[in-house]
Design a protein around this ligand. Structure first.
Ligand code: PRP
Ligand code: URA
Length: 215
């Protein structure tokens, strides 16, 4: 499928990521290895998102003299929003890079027949209006689960939303980018297409089952 990548999509092009992603896709990769790679790739995604963080000047004293240098401006609170279940596998990679983030959980499951998102849990306490929220989910297929989550965050007044996915499909990217051209999507692959059951092809199968060992 020929597909023009929308401007809000940041496709990570790094051999260290691509090599791990190939192993992740393999049917023979076991649960332990799968979890380990999801964690590593999530760290790379978090690192890439880190490029967009605001910096501020700070005056410091080195052993030689005073100097003005840069630090990350942490005045804006940050949260990651894992979409249960599979998003849980990405938490360790993200918290390694962003140790102080809040974690806001949402449970969304695709209906097996309609493939529409079914929500079964949400815990977004407090005021998130001034917060940056990074939605994490390994798979962006039809985009329904992520669209549902974006709408929930927007309904709570969040204005700074970022999406991090490992593998995406053109159909889901087109849907999310069309609806939210200002929301950045960080991902490691845009695969060929969705099959009739809305699985990503070639993909990696069911990410939740592979992370939780429930295949
Ligand atoms: C998977 C995946 C995403 C969703 C993507 O979850 O983790 O949340 O499908 O598909 P979509 O873009 O078409 O919405 P699933 O519904 O299988 O639930 P699970 O994580 O509990 O296994
Ligand atoms: N969810 C998955 O886990 N895998 C897919 O290919 C599509 C949705």
């Amino acid at each position: 499928m020929s597909f023009e990548i929308p401007a809000n999509v940041h496709l990570i092009d790094n051999p260290l990521v691509t090599d791990r992603l190939t192993v992740l896709r393999m049917k023979k990769t076991n649960t332990r290895k799968f979890r380990e790679i999801v964690k590593e790739i999530s760290g790379f995604l978090a690192y890439e998102i880190g490029r967009t963080l605001p910096m501020k000047d700070v005056e410091i004293q080195t052993p030689m003299r005073k100097t003005v240098q840069k630090r990350i401006d942490t005045s804006k609170k940050m949260a990651i929003v894992p979409i249960l279940r599979a998003g849980v596998g990405m938490i360790p990679g993200f918290t390694k890079v962003f140790p102080d983030v809040q974690i806001l959980n949402i449970g969304v499951k695709r209906d097996e027949t309609t493939h529409a998102p079914i929500s079964y849990y949400e815990n977004f306490p407090g005021d998130i209006r001034a917060q940056k929220c990074i939605i994490i989910d390994p798979m962006l297929a039809t985009g329904g689960s992520i669209e549902y989550t974006v709408e929930k965050l927007k309904a709570k007044g969040c204005k700074d939303i970022v999406i991090a996915a490992i593998i995406t499909a053109p159909e889901g990217i087109a849907r999310i980018s069309g609806a939210y051209p200002d929301i950045p999507i960080f991902c490691c692959a845009i695969d060929d297409h969705l099959d009739k059951d809305k699985y990503i092809i070639p993909g990696l199968g069911d990410a939740g089952d592979r992370i939780f060992g429930t295949e």
